[in-house]
Unconditional design. Structure first.
Length: 298
């Protein structure tokens, strides 16, 4: 009996680490959704490709350019930041005074464009990326994939830095003011167009980090971004659309449900669990876990 209990505990630790790591990937993309939505009141449906394309870039820099890992990652993150600024200038900015529909259509167009550009530049064959730390790590005697711990650690550090910047710095306060009331922030002297551009750049960086971290686990294909984005979007709705804590909590919850459901219910329906939960939340609590009811919003 004792050996069976230990065996079950080993499985739970392994599944928990995997679920938490996958949830953290969803959280990074979900944060991109939330930050852009809060800043400009638009859902960026190319957020998944913000993860997919940088994953191809880092793979190319590692395999074709033979750059060291740290330099390839740094170059990819810089590329993502610049791409976010270009995206803001060419896609959002010209449509900023229009309704949200043209902007959403434009983001969908960018998603299709990036997929096709990736196919042209990098080919249709899946690419592999070596993990940042290979091998396994022992946790309470249980062997856990080291990449899972890298994902959890990097995401936790990013979340901590984001909290510090948003709550403890003037730049963060300006970003929050822009998200809460753009016109009032502008009247108070905040350069809202700069804050919005910074939000797009940061959202692109979050996507790039997600792509870099998940690539060693599943490889790099043109479809990886779409699948992650669907789960991340579900997480934002489950957590409460517009809520940063809700996006993270919803993403981690989905990651854990997905991994444990695949183990104990059916691996064939792993990708369906998120949407079953999404439907249940929309029926029982439409505002999500951390969202406010419409009547409570100021």
């Amino acid at each position: 009996m004792a050996s069976e209990a230990i065996g079950r505990m080993d499985v739970i630790i392994q599944l928990g680490a995997a679920g938490l790591a996958i949830g953290m990937i969803y959280a990074l993309v979900a944060l991109g959704f939330v930050l852009i939505f809060n800043a400009v009141n638009v859902v960026n449906f190319s957020q998944g490709e913000f993860a997919m394309f940088p994953a191809f870039v880092v793979s190319f820099l590692l395999t074709s350019s033979h750059l060291p890992m740290w330099l390839a990652i740094l170059g990819t993150i810089l590329f993502a930041a610049v791409f976010g600024l270009v995206f803001n200038r060419l896609v959002y900015y010209p449509l900023r005074k229009r309704s949200f529909v043209p902007v959403i259509i434009a983001t969908i167009g960018v998603s299709v464009f990036l997929k096709n550009i990736a196919l042209v530049l990098f080919g249709a064959d899946p690419r592999k990326v070596e993990p940042l730390i290979s091998g396994v790590v022992s946790i309470f005697g249980t062997r856990v994939n080291a990449q899972y711990l890298v994902i959890i650690g990097v995401t936790a550090v990013l979340l901590a830095l984001q909290y510090f910047v948003f709550d403890r710095t003037m730049v963060g306060k300006r970003l929050q003011a822009t998200a809460q009331n753009r016109e009032m922030a502008s009247l108070l002297g905040v350069r809202t167009h700069v804050m919005i551009a910074a939000t797009f750049a940061y959202s692109a960086v979050l996507g790039a980090v997600a792509g870099i971290l998940v690539a060693p686990l599943f490889g790099v294909t043109t479809e990886i971004g779409s699948l992650i984005a669907l789960k991340a979007f579900a997480a934002t709705v489950i957590g409460g659309f517009g809520s940063v804590p809700g996006a993270v909590a919803g993403a981690v919850f989905l990651g854990l449900v997905e991994i444990f459901g695949a183990e104990y219910i059916s691996a064939d329906y792993k990708d369906a669990f998120a949407f079953v939960i999404l439907i249940a939340v929309l029926i029982l609590r439409p505002q999500g876990f951390f969202g406010e009811k419409i009547g409570q919003k100021a």
